[in-house]
Write a protein that binds this ligand. Sequence first.
Ligand SMILES: Cc1cc2nc3c(=O)[nH]c(=O)nc-3n(C[C@H](O)[C@H](O)[C@H](O)COP(=O)(O)OP(=O)(O)OC[C@H]3O[C@@H](n4cnc5c(N)ncnc54)[C@H](O)[C@@H]3O)c2cc1C
Ligand code: SF4
Length: 316
Amino acid sequence: GSGWPLEGGTSGGFFMYHAENNQAFVGLIVDLNYANPYVSPFDEFQRLKHHPVLKQYLEGGKRVSYGARAIAKGGFNALPEMTFAGGLLIGCNAGTLNFAKIKGTHTAMKSGMLAAESVFDAIKGGCSGGKQLESFNTAFKASWLHDELYRSRNFGPAMHKFGPYLGGAFNFIDQNIFGGKLPITLRDDHEDYAQMRPAKEFTPIDYPKPDNVLSFDKLTSVFLSNTNHEENQPCHLVLKDSSVPLSKNLPLYAEPAQRYCPAGVYEIVESEAGEASFQINSQNCVHCKTCDIKDPAQNITWVTPEGGGGPNYPNM
Ligand SMILES: Cc1cc2nc3c(=O)[nH]c(=O)nc-3n(C[C@H](O)[C@H](O)[C@H](O)COP(=O)(O)OP(=O)(O)OC[C@H]3O[C@@H](n4cnc5c(N)ncnc54)[C@H](O)[C@@H]3O)c2cc1C
Ligand code: SF4
């Protein structure tokens, strides 16, 4: 489903999967091109669970896990060069998810199969490594994967450019009548971070308090992600300029990291003397990569932490 609770130009949609042992997976996808810095995807998700359609399944249940992940859904138009000397970018590393279906498992698998076949052929042909596997590009272009991604290339840009109604109508015609082969290509030509507007243009959103039945707070949710990081390691959330959060992001955007991070990693804390500081609780990070994408100053770089740390999702 799509729409509520997202409003004011913020788009996205929710899903609910029924699983074995009477379990349900419920989630909300929030497009990261939203403009309002007061939007909190975590709190939108908490609101969502109160909708009668979901409530009927969730009420009386027990929260067993929590997680968050940015979905690479730029699709065909956003695919990078997938080959480089000695390596290949495949699956969601490259961005092979089909946004029209919001499905990326079959496409990631196919890109992996094409990669394996190219590597196998190269080794069989005497290659000892370090080469750029052009054969992968040829195989990719000839595959159903390329065709599927090409046909869905307009889906996301149409929604972003024309909105859900006109964009939906365009997509209906493009997908169902022309099979994704309309002779035009729409593109998303603005980065998600650049779409954020100054806080003074909006009113802070008053999210309801969690009822601890259907909705919960961030910290107890993060606990259920089983995220874990070895202590005594450099912070894996690297600021290019440590002054930016307080000098730029706070006055301009009310430091949106406090809200877009679904794990409460970023906090503005005030000392007793009333002095503000920017605190990074990196041990809480659930590796969603939203900060790397959405920070309006592009000042945060997510790097792989030491020791294989991160969330540990059961049943996934
Ligand atoms: C909430 C959500 C719901 C989704 N629902 C669907 C759906 O219903 N159907 C569908 O088809 N697709 C769905 N997708 C998309 C799908 O999950 C992805 O497209 C798919 O998993 C991509 O596969 P992948 O192998 O490329 O990457 P991943 O599945 O992300 O696998 C990458 C692996 O690499 C590991 N890794 C990362 N860094 C390192 C490192 N430094 N060292 C070692 N290991 C590392 C990760 O832990 C991970 O296990 C969904 C995605 C999300 C986030
Ligand atoms: S710190 Fe960044 S990657 Fe980690 S949970 Fe928060 S937004 Fe996601």
